[in-house]
Design a protein around this ligand. Structure first.
Ligand code: E4P
Length: 221
């Protein structure tokens, strides 16, 4: 399972990139708005920083306008993937973008039925939003499990991109269920690396090592 960062923040991208585990990035209008800069400049900078696909979301509402905007977003960088929302207009524009050779990510997906439509439209990615499903008292992981098993049975080439991940268990379960990609915010990424036993173990190794150095130094006197 590939790990993507869900952000438009360059510092966050650089920090996780240094770990050597970052395969791509997803952005959305809210994340770009958070940066408060010219969104087109920000999109270009994000694409230049990431070695891998970067999803850039359309904001128009009619099929024609989504298509036109999608074509523009696709030209931002060679690694740009155009995000279209799972609506009839988004699907229509998305199918036309795919026909033009533009890779798309169908976003705001909340059900297996919607995921099937994205795969049939030839999307590179479909993004089920786990956390937002949990937020309304339903089970995001169950929806992801259904999508992964349908895609397996059908042999769909569309990658399942588990999105709206809120904690490490979402990431672990997404991997267990067979998601192709997990996209997560910076704070979830940093939680993946943390374990109290690692910290305790490191503390003990460090103190034993320092003790030995002290003993050797004293013995040398
Ligand atoms: C994915 O592409 C979305 O940008 C993201 O995962 C949404 O997450 P949220 O529900 O935490 O806003």
């Amino acid at each position: 399972m590939k790990l993507f960062l869900d952000t438009a923040n360059l510092e966050e991208i650089r920090a996780i990139k240094r770990w050597g585990v970052l395969s791509g990035c997803t952005t959305n209008p809210s994340l770009l708005a958070k940066e408060g800069k010219d969104w087109e400049v920000q999109m270009k900078e994000v694409c230049a920083e990431v070695d891998g696909d970067v999803s850039l979301e359309t904001t128009e509402s009619t099929a024609d306008a989504i298509f036109e905007q999608g074509m523009r977003l696709a030209s931002v960088a060679p690694n740009a993937v155009v995000k279209v929302v799972m609506t009839p207009e988004g699907l229509e524009a998305g199918s036309r973008l795919v026909a033009e050779g533009v890779p798309i990510n169908v976003t705001l997906c909340f059900s297996p039925a919607q995921a099937i439509l994205a795969a049939e439209a030839g999307a590179r990615y479909v993004s089920p939003f786990l956390g937002r499903i949990d937020d309304i008292g339903a089970d995001g992981l169950y929806v992801l499990e259904e999508i992964c098993s349908i895609f397996e049975v059908q042999g769909y080439e569309t990658d399942v991109l588990a999105a709206s991940l809120r904690h490490p268990m979402h990431v672990i379960e997404a991997a267990r269920l067979g998601a192709d990609v997990a996209t997560m915010p910076y704070d979830v990424f940093t939680k993946l690396v943390k374990h109290p036993l690692t910290d305790l173990g490191l503390e003990k190794f460090d103190s034993d090592w320092k003790k030995l150095q002290k003993e050797l130094k004293e013995g040398a006197k």
